[in-house]
Every structure is written in C-alpha cells, then in structure tokens.
Design a binder for this molecule. Structure first.
Ligand code: UDP
Length: 245
C-alpha cells in the first residue's frame, strides 16, 4: 500500500514487508529499483518535479528516517515505520547469503567499497560479492559494462542523492541486474569510514549534531529537515491541500 507524503508515494511497509517485496522483485525478470528518501531529499523533491517523478517511478519507496515518518503522522496518514536504507541493506545481505545471490557494490571514495565488502563478508560468510567500483567515475557506459560483466543479482548504488537515482533510472534498460537499491552513504557506514557519534550523543538524540560538527558543510543540507517539517505543518493547517498524495 502506498501513502503519499508531500508528493512522494511511500510504501507503507515494515522492514519484513520490504524484504519480502525485495524477494519478489528479485524473482522478476527486469531491473527493478528501490529508493530510500529521507526528509532532506523529500524536501528537495517538493521543489523539483523531475526528482519527484524519479522517486515515484521506483518499484519501492522506503521511508529512510524519522523525519518522513513524523511528517506522515502530522498529516494523519501514518507510515508504519522507518525503514532505514542501511538496515534494509543489512537485511538484503542476509537474504543473499542464504540464497547465494550475487552482489555488486558501486559508489563512495576509492577503497571504501573494499573495506565495506570485508565487513559485509565477516557478518555474512555465505555472501558473494562479485565486483565493486568507486563512485567517482566519468564514463558511465564503462561502469555499466563492468557491472554487466560481473553479472550481479543485486546492485547497491551509493552515489548520494539524487545522483544514484538518476544513475539507476538512466541505465535501467541496459543493466542486467534484478534489483538496484540507492543507498547513499551506506558503504561508508559499513566500512566504518564515517564514524558514528559517541553513545551518549546517540542516547540524547544528538547524532545529527555530531555529524554537523564533523562535517560543517552539511549545515545547508540539514536545514532542509526543519523546513520540511514546517511545510508539513503548514500543509496540515491549510484547508486546501497542495499535495493530494
Ligand atoms: N559519492 C559518490 N560519488 C559522487 C558523490 C558522492 O560515490 O560523485 C558517495 C560519497 O562518497 C558517499 C555517498 O556517495 O559515500 C553519499 O554521499 P553523501 O553523504 O554526500 O550523500 P547522502 O547519502 O547524505 O545523500
């Protein structure tokens, strides 16, 4: 079931439901793609019709983040839960290691995918990682060819938004994969190159502040979250709805 939140048709689904749907998509005959928009991207999409179309054309749209779930509650059409991209990825890894499916890792800085792969294999010994490439390439056609030669079932596309969504849609027809997932900084998270905040900060819900101190360039982007919530509250208060779904 889809639930529209400020113009994005999210799948109103649990993590188990999302993994079950992923199994169906994996069994299908074409290259499906899954997106995991958070509040920052959802805010971008409010002002960018092309991005909105790109997200809504995905086979599955997962709410990555508490901001989107909060928005859905404010609008009185609650999403069941946050389905974070990184957790969904971890679930898919378990799935693939049981079924013997092949995984390709695309994105992040040179060397990060290798480190992420090592961690993924430690956690899922049966996993087959059939190839990887960093996300700073010029020649997209060459990357597509390299992926096809490795013949993966699943492709993690970790180029940041909206680059990863554009890549998945642009090459959907040529890529001989079954399932692609746009996963932002997930490879950094697996590799441990972007460290998580200390426990006390996580406990106080201050992880965002830790990231901001570590990477002050994120300030502009982070300001989209309060702007998004403000727009959501305005939408609820307004009698005439701007977003039908
Ligand atoms: N990235 C990439 N190619 C690019 C730009 C970004 O592979 O041209 C990677 C970057 O190294 C990081 C990931 O995309 O691993 C996500 O980047 P960022 O944290 O900036 O974006 P977000 O996930 O927050 O949208």
């Amino acid at each position: 079931m889809k639930t529209g939140v400020m113009g994005i048709a999210f799948d109103n689904i649990t993590m188990d439901g999302a993994l079950a749907r992923a199994r169906e998509l994996l069994a299908g005959g074409r290259a499906s793609y899954v997106v995991t928009p958070n509040a920052e991207i959802a805010y971008e999409a409010m002002h960018d019709e092309a991005l909105r179309a790109l997200l809504n054309a995905a086979d599955m749209v997962l709410p990555d983040g508490a901001g989107v779930v909060l928005a859905s509650k404010i609008l009185r059409k609650p999403l069941q839960q946050k389905v974070a991209g990184v957790d969904f990825a971890a679930g898919l890894l378990r799935e693939l290691s049981e079924t013997g499916g092949r995984l390709y890792l695309l994105g992040s800085k040179p060397g990060v995918a290798e480190q992420a792969a090592q961690k993924m294999l430690e956690q899922n010994p049966g996993l087959v990682i059939c190839g990887m490439a960093d996300g700073y390439f010029k020649d997209e056609a060459a990357v597509v060819q390299k992926i096809n030669e490795a013949a993966p079932d699943v492709l993690f596309v970790c180029l940041g938004a909206p680059k990863q969504e554009l890549f998945m849609q642009a090459h959907q027809a040529e890529l001989r994969v079954r399932l692609m997932v746009g996963l932002g900084g997930t490879l950094d998270a697996f590799a441990g190159t972007v460290r998580r905040a200390p426990k006390w900060m996580i406990r106080l819900n201050l992880e965002w502040l830790y990231r901001l101190i570590k990477e002050p360039r994120r300030l502009g982007r982070m300001m989209r979250l309060p702007k998004y919530i403000l727009a959501v509250v305005a939408e609820r208060i307004r009698g005439k709805k701007k977003w039908e779904n």
